[in-house]
Design a protein around this ligand. Structure first.
Ligand SMILES: [Zn+2]
Length: 349
């Protein structure tokens, strides 16, 4: 659980997921080498990078109780020198920047990328934060990216890279694969779906239990049946993902046979009455229970759970509208397989 000393409260409120991911990583001293901050909110991306840099380098005696000067001191004059320089974006060692030179070319010059790479070979008493303001491949093009690949993979001396882009789709694959992708949203936008639940680790492990506890005592058989669903081969993929990561999961893909078995078993338990919707909730929460803890560190998995939730809601709506509940549920199971397939390659681990 984050102690909340790294980011300003206003940023935490706006960027719930990003501050949570980065804050936990900083506090547990397990920052990744590189973060790709995606989205249109450039100001928030810069705030995130600066507040991390300040926390890592602040020399104030109150850092451990109130956070860095950037977070806790309102007047710049009251800040330690590191925080002051970082807030101005001109700390000679702790704040390194890479941006296209103004004028002729919009590309980041290879020479600048080399210089930054060389900077990382020098030892430093500071925790270096390097910011690449535009990581899309039009700007951070292949020659410059190549000059920095090794450094991004292995920044010496406790360095961390922040790369900014509107979308990871515009960034070279070789770069994306070395970064943890973090979505940065626009002010006032909310992350929808299961994210709110994901933000409270205890909640998704108990969500399924809560669902079952809502059912009445005379429905004990129904509850027992629903609980059994998690043992189906359909959920082997999820268990493999939780145990061994994406490679293991994609080595044992969910098949159509698994999907049909899920449909048959579910309808055996609830018939084709109103409880089909209950099955949809159950299987979703089962998936959340198995892989939810991984999703907090993986925006790709978070997206997957979001998509799955959308699919579930749509399915419940269709079930309530149409007579052919079995056909609707079958189509749901097959669309779910497609969702799993679409994410099996890019998930890290
Ligand atoms: Zn400070």
């Amino acid at each position: 659980m984050s102690k909340g000393l790294i980011f300003k409260p206003v940023l935490e409120e706006e960027q719930v997921l990003a501050t949570r991911l980065l804050g936990t990583a900083v506090e547990q001293s397990r920052l990744a080498n590189a973060y790709l901050l995606v989205g249109d909110n450039r100001e928030a991306k810069l705030d995130l990078a600066k507040q991390v840099a300040a926390y890592l380098n602040c020399t104030s005696t109150e850092r451990d109780t109130r956070g860095s000067c950037l977070r806790s001191v309102s007047e710049a004059s009251g800040s330690c020198q590191n925080c002051r320089w970082i807030s101005e974006g001109k700390h000679p060692q702790a704040w390194l920047e890479l941006m296209p030179r103004e004028g002729a070319s919009t590309k980041i010059p290879v020479e600048q990328a080399r210089l930054l790479s060389e900077e990382f070979t020098k030892t430093s008493g500071y925790r270096r934060v390097a910011v690449i303001y535009e990581a899309s491949q039009d700007v951070f093009h292949r020659p410059s990216a190549n000059a920095l690949l090794k450094t991004i993979e292995e920044p010496r001396g406790n360095g961390v890279f922040f790369l900014f882009a509107r979308s990871e789709d515009n960034v070279l694959r070789t770069i994306v694969s070395r970064c943890q992708v973090v979505p940065v949203i626009m002010p006032g936008k909310r992350l929808v779906g299961p994210l709110n639940r994901l933000l409270d680790r205890s909640a998704y492990s108990s969500a399924l239990a809560n669902l079952f506890s809502e059912l009445k005592e005379e429905e004990a058989d129904l509850v027992a049946g629903l609980k059994e669903l998690s043992n189906l081969p359909f959920f082997e993929w999820s268990r493999n993902l939780a145990r061994g990561g994406a490679k293991k999961a994609s080595a044992h893909p969910t098949t159509g046979v698994h999907a049909l078995e899920l449909v048959e078993s579910s309808l055996d338990i609830v018939g084709q009455g109103d409880n089909v919707e209950l099955v949809v909730d159950t299987v979703y929460l089962t998936e959340l229970e198995i892989i939810g803890t991984m999703a907090i560190d993986s925006p790709i998995l978070t997206d997957y759970l979001n998509e799955l939730l959308r699919l579930c809601e749509e399915t419940k709506w269709r079930i309530s509208k149409y007579v052919g509940k079995k056909a609707v549920f079958e189509s749901f199971a097959f669309q779910w397989i497609e969702l799993r397939q679409s994410l099996s390659s890019p998930v890290s681990g």
